[in-house]
Design a protein around this ligand. Structure first.
Ligand code: ZN
Length: 128
């Protein structure tokens, strides 16, 4: 099994993008910039800067509905997490479904797959 890739927004991911000749996204660019500032602070003896805040999704209630506001990057993470959960709930993986019955687990997995598809389609449409 291969090691999971470092997520975007880390120096490791920034280096991976560079190594593979991939475009560098904002989160990784920020991570690299932060790293160079930390190193400069160490050289000059000045206090190290505070880490940049990670791009966070916001969750609010609007008209009794939950509204999640996320960047494209964040939405991709959410979609991936939803798919992970759907896979964990599928009937042949009953051990991960906890106390849910097989029917409940497949219903939940199907709903999560639908949610994953909607988020992914929206991200792709927005990303151009
Ligand atoms: Zn990245």
């Amino acid at each position: 099994m291969s090691r999971p890739l470092a997520p975007c927004g880390t120096l490791a991911a920034f280096r991976r993008h560079k190594r593979l000749g991939q475009p560098v996204d904002k989160a990784c660019e920020d991570a690299a910039l932060h790293e160079s500032r930390v190193k400069k602070a160490a050289r000059t003896g000045r206090p190290a800067p505070v880490a940049p805040t990670v791009d966070e999704a916001t969750v609010e209630v609007v008209d009794g509905r939950i509204v999640i506001t996320a960047s494209l990057e964040q939405a991709r993470l959410i979609a991936a997490s939803v798919m992970d959960r759907a896979l964990a709930l599928e009937p042949n993986r009953y051990s991960a479904a906890g106390s849910l019955s097989t029917v409940e687990a497949s219903t939940a997995a199907a709903a999560l797959r639908t949610l994953h598809r909607r988020i992914s389609q929206t991200v792709r449409a927005t990303d151009g």
